[in-house]
Ligand binder design. Structure first.
Ligand code: NAX
Ligand code: ADP
Ligand code: MG
Length: 282
């Protein structure tokens, strides 16, 4: 078990080539945000945008459209009830599913649609309600994806793995991960005050950063967008995921130096500045 270090940011975040365009930095779709949880998918979208994804689309309940575009007009929108969502999923490099999705039968159908339209080139980030639904029915896991990244907090991981929070040891978590995904194309980001990241090979890295100011609804939604945005432009390597986890908490710690509470949207706002700094350090 080793701490994630600052070096991973220098390694992963590179200077952009002059002759590049938005198509080089990945297409990402974020699915979530029921009537009551629109903020979750908006925060995830804003995080993916600020983390540098090239093209962003958000599939959510239509009630969230005005709020989404008032904050982030850069994001394209599709009503998550639109049957064309299935075709859109197929065209994406990365899909983040779950923030604010809720636990309805409709949400279950969305997960099934995701599973049925995912291919081996794609990276799927599963968070929040998507994980709770998978906890109820493991067959909803999109095992045909190229890479799956699960980002549960401890209670969500308890629901998925059936391992109660006090017993979530590294050994137990690695065993549960292997049984959930025998192909081992999976990374587990188990969030807590010291988030543990488990690679498909059983490597465990611990996030040394973060603070209790981040204990605010939306911090995890923001992390799922950062992970999606980083994977869209830098690929789904283990280091990319570690860099996303690290930068989320690094931004949180910078804000916490002078603020009692860390608003998740402030984390997103700080990302481009931090990325600029580390891009020139490699
Ligand atoms: N503005 C919004 O729209 C927000 C929507 N949210 C959505 O609300 C839905 C429910 O998610 P929640 O996570 O709130 O509810 P959950 O019921 O899944 O989890 C919260 C419970 O887990 C417990 N817990 C134990 N260990 C924990 C840990 N390490 N970190 C966090 N919680 C831990 C907490 O005490 C709490 O009772 C999700 O779809 C989520 O995306 C939340 O993300 C909050 C913000
Ligand atoms: N006390 C803490 N110390 C460090 N990090 C924290 C603390 N509390 C929360 N976090 C971080 O904030 C995020 C919370 O995620 P999550 O519970 O999914 O939030 P939400 O679903 O409300 O967006 C995680 O990345 C977690 O590591
Ligand atoms: Mg969450």
């Amino acid at each position: 078990m080793t701490d994630i270090s600052e070096d991973v940011l220098k390694q992963v975040i590179t200077v952009r080539k002059s002759d590049s365009h938005k198509g080089n930095y990945g297409r990402i779709l974020l699915i979530g945000g029921s009537e009551n949880y629109g903020g979750a998918i908006i925060m995830a979208t804003e995080a993916a945008l600020n983390a540098g994804a090239g093209l962003i689309a958000t599939a959510t309940h239509s009630i969230n459209l005005t709020a989404l575009h008032a904050r982030d007009p850069e994001a394209m929108y599709i009503d998550y009830r639109d049957p064309k969502l299935a075709d859109l999923i197929k065209k994406m490099d990365v899909v983040v599913c779950g923030p604010g999705l809720g636990m309805s039968d409709f949400a279950k159908r969305i997960l099934l649609m995701l599973k049925n339209n995912t291919n081996e080139k794609q990276i799927i980030v599963l968070d929040a309600s998507a994980l709770d639904l998978i906890g109820e029915d493991h067959s909803l896991l999109p095992l045909n994806a190229g890479h799956i990244i699960m980002t549960p907090h401890q209670m969500e991981w308890q629901r998925v793995s059936q391992i109660k929070i006090p017993y979530q040891t590294d050994a137990a978590n690695i065993e549960a991960l292997a049984s959930l995904c025998p192909k081992k194309n999976i990374t587990l980001v188990l969030k807590s005050n010291h988030t543990h990241v488990y690679s498909e090979n059983g490597e465990v890295m611990v996030n040394p950063l973060g603070n209790p100011g981040m204990a605010t609804g939306g911090s995890g939604d923001t992390l799922s967008g950062i992970i999606g945005g980083f994977c869209a432009q830098f690929g789904a390597k283990f280091e990319t995921i570690l860099a996303a986890v690290y930068i989320h908490s690094l931004a949180g710690d910078i804000i916490y130096q002078t603020n009692y509470v860390v608003k998740p949207t402030q984390i997103s706002k700080l990302l481009p500045q931090i990325m600029k700094k580390y891009s020139s350090l490699n």
